[in-house]
Design a protein around this ligand. Structure first.
Ligand code: DOR
Ligand code: ZN
Length: 343
């Protein structure tokens, strides 16, 4: 008999962009409907580079009065010092630091230009056990966009872990077989987040029959063997893979443009998208650990006390949503999902 309802310990989103200002009423609520906690990405303009900025940003998130617990991150720059890291850690509100290679993605211009620049900060993180969250792509003009994650592993990540073997590290939004294998072969100090879009789609979905700007994100969708490797990684039940949506809202006009922004807005239906994907892969029994336990274990946090229930019920993801007076197109807009969260 097919399962008709699914009750999970409330999941967390270990990689989330909420932005700032008037859109927070949309973004925070969409996540709070499903998730207990979320790791909040710091790539605002200007980026969240100090503990004081993280504290102010958290206050703006908390002012939305939802149940979502915002776990803050610090944006690393060439100038982040050991003291900046110690202060962030001591604050109790900043859980991790995010490293964007300069120029890799949205609002990464102030990111790190060379790994050596942040050795001191990273040495401190290793010593105090603060996780480093990595956007793992190299950015040289001469490196093909589809090879940038693999290039990062070979030229940056392997030497980084050789130098800092005890560093707690999350390889964010992995997209390739090489990344999945890297994490599988690494120690317990290395984890990875996997987005719904990288499990659901490959680059054919993005490019065949016309460009789909709403499937454009970074790291970009790869060929199907990589999608398959990510599916195999979640199917393996390895506890170091966990849910991170990388939900990254951009208004319609910024996506459907001659130079469209990267990011998929998956928050409105994230857990249902994962549930549908896991069911199609025949691994629905692996969903709860991936969504609700593995990330918490990695970060050393307790499981959420609440539960959420998904019921088997067809519903359509809206074609568009209001975005503070603008329009936003959610991931899989207009598609029918078979699982719906009970409210
Ligand atoms: O697609 C993406 N969008 N990837 C990122 O790394 C950043 C994000 C954003 O902030 O829009
Ligand atoms: Zn992101």
């Amino acid at each position: 008999m097919t399962v008709q309802s699914l009750t999970l310990v409330q999941p967390d989103d270990w990689h989330l962009h909420l932005r700032d200002g008037s859109v927070l009423s949309r973004t925070v609520q969409d996540s709070a409907r499903q998730f207990g906690r979320a790791i909040i990405m710091p790539n605002l303009t200007p980026p969240v580079t100090t503990t004081a900025m993280a504290r102010e940003y958290k206050a703006r998130l908390d002012a939305q009065n939802t149940s979502l617990q915002a776990l803050m991150t610090l944006y690393l720059t060439d100038h982040t010092s050991a003291e900046d890291i110690r202060q962030a850690h001591a604050s109790g509100i900043v859980l991790a630091a995010k490293l964007y290679p300069a120029g890799a993605t949205t609002n990464s211009a102030a990111g790190v230009t060379a790994m050596e620049k942040v050795y001191e900060a990273i040495a401190t993180m290793e010593a105090i056990g603060m996780p480093l969250l990595l956007h793992g792509e190299i950015t040289h003009d001469n490196v093909d966009i589809f090879d940038r994650e693999k290039g990062f592993i070979d030229t940056q990540l392997i030497p980084l872990l050789d130098r800092f073997p005890g560093l707690r590290l999350v390889f964010e939004h992995i997209t390739t077989q090489q990344a999945a294998e890297f994490v599988q072969q690494a120690g317990a100090n290395v984890g990875a987040t996997i987005t719904p879009q990288h499990l659901m789609y490959n680059r054919n979905h993005l490019l065949v029959g016309g460009i789909k700007p709403h499937l454009y994100c970074l790291p970009v969708l790869k060929r199907n063997i990589h999608q398959q490797a990510l599916q195999d990684a979640v199917a393996s039940g390895n506890p170091r893979f966990f849910l991170g949506t990388d939900s990254a809202p951009h208004a319609l006009g910024a996506k459907q443009s001659a130079c469209g922004c990267a990011g998929c807005y998956s928050s409105p239906a994230a857990i249902e998208l994962y549930a549908q994907t896991f069911e199609e892969l025949g691994i629905l029994d692996k969903l709860e650990a991936f969504a609700s336990f593995n990330g918490a274990n990695f970060y050393g946090l307790p499981y959420n006390k609440k539960t959420i229930t998904l019921v088997r019920e067809d519903w359509q993801i809206p074609h568009s949503l209001d975005y503070a007076g603008d329009i936003i197109i959610p991931l899989a807009a207009g598609e029918t999902l078979r699982w719906k969260q009970k409210v």
